[in-house]
Design a protein around this ligand. Structure first.
Ligand code: 13P
Ligand code: SF4
Length: 334
């Protein structure tokens, strides 16, 4: 069997092409060349490793990435992020090839809501509309009325009448935060992100004492007690923009550490301190996001594998609530 055929046959189990990459290859130059030859675009989330961010055509939060995926005229989308993000790009672009460097790059939050269980949960609340955070599978999206992200969740919730009962899934922390902001009483699915749940409030308080001038900024997937201490709460793009425009020069950042690359690049004279988790590590990496590497991205672009595929019926059902989210976001200029 040829190298590529052996690698393909192992793909299903490994989740990525396990071909050895010649260490003398200039991966940055090769990736640029392949992008041009194949009319491919690389969309990357802020939680990707710095090298991947540096070769990306667009880096953004989940809303920005979905908006870019919707408008691209590239033939191939390489999604440097996790499965639900690449799946969203495929839902919006059935005619394009959507690739994910490592198919096993999943998400604990998305996994916390299996569609069959969620369907039963939904049946317990007749008359409720379902708003789902984009960090969920196509199966959950297909059971939802509107999708939201951390940057538009409040506006999406407020787009429904105040007396409309709502189920919010799968992130209970974001749901509780939006309940507080809007005064609604949405029913929350009991899911959470493994990265944002393990920030240690105790260590953050100590860190604040050591850096009294530092602003503490946090992602709304963090627990309520952590959010209560934050000077600013926002999506990854929101946090990045805050560090660019705020007059502060020191920031303690409670989200995945990948975002620090762009913060430091945009504000080289400011200091960014990752908020510590409740374990022996000093910072907090998402093990799913970090499965993607520059080597896997190169192989994926070269061999056009692994590819995201999906059942057409689920795709069509999942597209409706995403389209609605994009429409509402555009109305608000988001
Ligand atoms: P945003 O980048 O949309 O804020 O989402 C954060 C996240 O956890 C993505 O997995
Ligand atoms: Fe999922 Fe959390 Fe990782 Fe984002 S950071 S991909 S929500 S596990």
């Amino acid at each position: 069997m040829s190298d590529i055929n052996t690698a393909k046959s192992n793909l299903e189990q490994a989740g990525f092409l396990d071909i050895e990459v010649d260490p003398s290859i200039d991966l940055f130059a090769e990736i640029e060349k392949l992008k041009r030859e194949k009319n491919a675009i690389i969309l990357a989330h802020y939680y990707q490793e710095p090298d991947i961010q540096d070769v990306a055509d667009y880096i953004g939060d989940s809303l920005g990435l979905a908006q870019q995926a919707e408008k691209t005229d590239a033939d191939i989308i390489v999604f440097a992020g996790v499965h639900f993000m690449a799946e969203t790009a495929k839902i919006l672009n059935p005619g394009k090839k959507v690739l994910l460097p490592d198919l096993k790059a999943g998400c604990s939050l998305s996994d916390s809501a299996p569609p069959p269980l969620f369907k039963l949960f939904k049946e317990k609340y007749p008359g409720h509309k379902v708003i789902s955070y984009i960090n969920c599978s196509a199966g959950i999206k297909a059971l939802s009325d509107i999708i939201c992200t951390s940057s538009n969740a409040q506006k999406i919730v407020e787009s429904l009448p105040v007396d409309q009962p709502i189920i919010f899934a799968p992130d209970k922390n974001l749901g509780a935060y939006i309940n507080k902001k809007t005064g609604r009483n949405m029913v929350l699915w009991n899911g959470a992100c493994m990265v944002h749940e393990i920030f240690s409030l105790e260590k953050i308080i100590k860190l604040k004492q050591r850096h009294p001038k530092a602003k503490f900024i946090a992602h709304p997937e963090c627990e309520e007690a952590v959010l209560a201490r934050a000077d600013f709460i926002g999506s990854t793009t929101g946090l990045l923009n805050y560090t660019k425009s705020d007059s502060g020069t020191e920031f303690i950042v409670a989200t995945e550490t990948g975002i620090l690359h762009q913060m430091q690049k945009n504000s080289p004279d400011k200091t960014f301190i990752p908020a510590p988790p409740n374990n022996s590590c000093a910072c907090n990496d998402c093990p799913h996001m970090k499965l993607n590497t520059l080597e896997k991205l190169y192989l994926c672009l070269k061999y056009e594998l692994p590819e995201i595929t999906m059942d057409e019926e689920i795709r069509l059902a999942a597209k409706k609530p995403i389209d609605l989210m994009l429409k509402i976001s555009a109305q608000y200029g988001l």
